[in-house]
Design a protein around this ligand. Structure first.
Ligand code: ATP
Ligand code: MG
Length: 805
């Protein structure tokens, strides 16, 4: 080998270099944000290849998103100065699992061309099964069952392994049976759902040790990014692959850890819930997830309801170091596996368990070398200090040192605005300023806690003509529930809008299925009239069955009434009336699936957004302008995303709006998960801050406008937890401005005072909390509206929570 150090190694610090060059045996890189963990992984692949230790096809590298995988491939090419020949197995858990599954589909009763169902298909299928079992879909919504099944799959549980107690929570004890028949139906349809890509892969490995051996032999090196957020199924899958292949014919127990000789998965013991364990939170609502899947942008393959399972709990010590692990160490010597992660960035709802995952690494992979990286290469001094100080408020963490050799740079700014509209205006102006100063918009990101917050920014950007892209999910007005609501409004506005009418004719379900719609279409085509007019005509005939005819007539009467109302009520009120009287809001209120609350929140935000327009026509025109924009087509655009989607990414300029109690930390997370939930929210804040290279800008609005009434909000406690030395409090540049003269009266000035003075003395949070307490019910109401119910998924078992708060 050439004596000269290759370029990709020369740029690394000694610890990074050790992580790259320790090719034999298990390696864990446990290090904070921006320390170069992902870079280490990329260099490691380059090193393996250039040392001739493996061919590309013998390396398995798991990234957090498919986008990250593409990026890694690109960098790899640059490092090696050539395109990588052959295909490394680079992708998310699910994309790689899917690839293996296709190759051996027949062994799990599928064909290699099996379909991967989207959520809608999944729900439709589950509805059929509910019907067949005579289970009332109103009382036991299909979406809830989908959530449960997803949760089980993410915990690696096949139908026979779901603890009876859990299976019983759905459909009067029929949950387990439904899961089993769902799996059977999938096989008949030659289909798999998202969770199957991994679960069925695990089953394949367990039931066919020869196949497992084949992959164990193939993958000479395994690399995993964002290890702190792996779920149980992913963990089990990794463990299976991470062993050296045993000899053919060796007893199964020597190949599969914990294998008891029974045909499937290791033994389970029902164990009590780990104290302090939190339910999974989810960055995104359901339809966002659809698009995550479509775009291949799956958050570590753990998109929803992931939860440390009972099976896994039994395998894991209740608390690191407290209980001896019951999962045996690997039977065969472990492979060259390298995992990188940061306990302070575990944001997918696995409190403790993720820390366990990392702490247990040494046990799972005996002889593991643990490497810590302490130098942060991403952020300036002030940003790093602020982020480190904030996360130090968490109790359950390993704790680590982080230093930077970068300049202190600009202080983290905290800006209070009057309301979210002003916040959006201020941020819009600052971005324009950055642009004028020569910054590329690709170096600018806005990270929000809840997806409904995006609406304000999208509207603002359209007004400003500022190109933006939404990452990791649909744009606000493209969400399913928003499109449904808009379809009602469009049908009112223009009875000839067939597309809109067709979209909602049977949403919520009113017995007007495909056959009815087909018949209306035939009618409309023959007579060359709009669908709505066809419906009006058909209702007068006896072509429809009495039930369908009755409900179609009701719908027409409703629309006629709403159109008449349009003359006498405001368009905002009209929207509320329509969503209410059509049963659309109720549909989501009754829906006990995890994303329902977020959808209701988005609907409220939609109605709120209408207030800014004079009438329905004006609003709909604005929407068509927004929708017309081809998001992402521009070379240069501001990135808009949730904090969850921002993991692993970095930007020069990061805007963090909405740091208010109830919104961030999320009230619902606090209510449902208490202290553990708060710590996860804090990690999320830490992830947000550590995305920034040069500028981190925090915002809070002192007022939130909900249905036309103003409510006072409290700045987030996380602001209180920032070190004063690294933070600068600035004035909002958004027109009316913080402390400006827009005439909101003295109460506004109070806010300024308590904000300003409490920073160094008693804490603005406490000061404002006292104020808020005096507001009693009104404050409650605020939290229910603004803080509750945005898009994070609670546990599927919290189905009893009320969505209608
Ligand atoms: P996160 O925890 O947020 O995923 P990370 O630990 O994966 O962060 P990277 O994204 O790999 O960190 O690196 C952060 C930034 O620092 C990147 O821009 C990377 O190129 C740069 N960097 C990492 N190591 C070095 C180094 N030795 N010299 C110069 N730049 C480096
Ligand atoms: Mg990284």
């Amino acid at each position: 080998r050439a004596a000269a150090t290759p370029q990709y190694l020369a740029g690394l610090n000694p610890e990074q270099r050790e992580a790259v060059e320790t090719l034999d045996g298990p390696v864990l890189v446990l290090a904070g944000a921006g320390t170069g963990k992902t870079r280490v992984l990329t260099c490691r692949i380059a090193h393996i290849l250039s040392q001739g230790r493996a061919r590309p096809g013998e390396i398995l590298s798991v990234t957090f998103t498919n986008k990250a995988a593409r990026e890694m491939k690109l960098r790899l090419g640059q490092m090696l100065g050539q395109a990588v020949e052959g295909m490394p197995w680079l992708g998310t858990f699910h994309s790689i699992g899917g690839r293996i599954l296709r190759t051996h589909a027949e062994l799990v009763q599928l064909k290699s061309n099996f379909t991967v169902l989207d959520v809608d298909d999944q729900i439709r299928l589950l509805k059929q099964l509910l019907q067949a079992e005579n289970i009332d879909d109103k009382r036991w919504p299909a979406r809830m069952l989908a959530g449960l099944i997803d949760g089980w799959k993410n915990r690696g549980l096949t139908p026979s392994q779901v603890p009876p107690g859990e299976a019983a929570v759905f459909g009067n004890g029929k949950g387990g049976k439904l899961y089993a028949s769902y799996q059977e139906r999938l096989k008949i349809l030659n289909a798999a759902d998202f969770g199957d890509l991994l679960l069925e892969n695990i089953r394949l490995f367990r039931e066919h040790p020869d196949v497992l051996r084949q992959y164990q032999g193939r993958f000479k090196f395994i690399l995993v990014d964002e290890y702190q957020d792996t779920n149980v199924a992913q963990y089990l899958w990794l463990r299976l692959l991470a062993q050296a292949p045993s000899k053919p014919g060796a007893p199964l127990s020597s190949i599969i850890p914990g294998h008891t000789g029974s045909p499937v998965i290791p033994e389970r013991v029902d164990s009590p819930v780990i104290p302090g364990r939190a339910e999974g939170t989810n960055p995104e609502s359901g339809d966002e997830e659809d698009s995550l899947r479509d775009s291949g942008f799956a958050p570590n393959g753990a998109p929803r309801n992931d939860e440390r399972g009972v099976a896994a709990q039994a395998e894991l010590p209740a608390h690191p170091g407290m209980t001896p692990p019951s999962q045996p160490a690997l039977a065969a010597p472990p492979k060259n596996i390298c995992c990188v992660g940061d306990d302070d960035q575990s944001i997918y709802g696995w409190r403790g368990a993720e820390v366990d995952n990392i702490l247990r690494f040494d046990h799972d992979f005996p002889g593991a070398k643990v490497i810590r990286l302490e130098r942060n290469y991403r952020s300036t001094g002030h940003i790093l200090a602020a982020a480190s100080h904030l996360i130090a408020h968490n109790e359950s963490r390993l704790g680590k040192t982080l230093r930077t050799e970068d300049v202190d740079g600009e202080k983290v700014t905290v800006t209070g605005s009057w309301d979210s509209e002003e916040e959006a205006r201020a941020i819009g102006e600052e971005i324009e300023e950055l642009q004028r100063a020569g910054n590329n918009l690709n170096d600018v990101a806005i990270l929000v806690r809840a997806s409904f917050q995006m609406r304000e920014f999208e509207d603002r950007f359209v007004t400003l003509g500022l190109p933006y892209r939404v990452i990791g999910g649909p744009r606000f007005y493209e969400r399913a529930e928003i499109r449904d609501a808009l379809a009602y409004l469009r049908t009112i506005n223009s009875p000839a809008d067939d597309l809109a009418f067709e979209r909602i004719i049977n949403v919520p379900k009113r017995g007007l299925g495909d056959a009815t719609v087909q018949m209306l279409h035939d009618h409309a085509r023959k007579r060359r009239i709009p669908l709505f007019e066809a419906a009006r005509a058909v209702v007068e005939t006896d072509e429809l069955k009495p039930k369908a005819r009755g409900s179609l007539r009701d719908l027409i009467i409703n629309f006629d009434r709403w159109r008449a109302r349009r003359e006498v009520t405001t368009h905002t009120e009209l929207a509320e009336i329509v969503l209410d009287e059509s049963g659309y809001t109720e549909m989501w209120q009754k829906d006990r699936s995890a994303d329902a609350a977020g959808r209701l929140e988005n609907l409220k935000e939609l109605v709120r957004s209408m207030e800014e327009f004079e009438n329905l026509q004006g609003f709909l025109e604005h929407i068509s302008l927004v929708m017309d924009r081809d998001g992402g087509a521009e070379d240069e655009a501001v990135s808009l995303m949730t904090l969850h989607s921002a993991k692993g990414l970095e930007f020069d300029n990061v805007f963090l709006p909405g740091w208010e109690e109830g919104l961030f930390p999320s009230q619902r997370t606090l209510d449902e998960q208490g202290r553990a939930g708060l710590e996860e929210e804090r990690r999320l804040a830490h992830v947000g801050l550590t995305r920034a290279r040069r500028r981190a800008k925090l915002y809070f609005a002192t007022n939130r406008r909900i249905h036309g009434t103003w409510s006072t909000t409290i700045p987030s406690r996380f602001l209180d937890e920032l070190p004063a030395h690294n933070v600068e409090i600035t004035e909002s540049k958004g027109g009316s401005g913080w402390g400006g003269s827009s005439g909101y009266g003295p109460s506004r000035f109070d806010n300024v005072e308590s904000f300003g003075s409490s920073y160094t003395t008693p804490g603005w949070q406490r000061a404002q909390a006292n104020r808020a307490r005096g507001q009693g019910g009104r404050q409650e109401n605020r939290q229910g509206q603004a803080g509750g119910g945005f898009n994070e998924d609670p546990s599927p078992f919290s189905g009893s929570r009320s969505d209608a708060s």
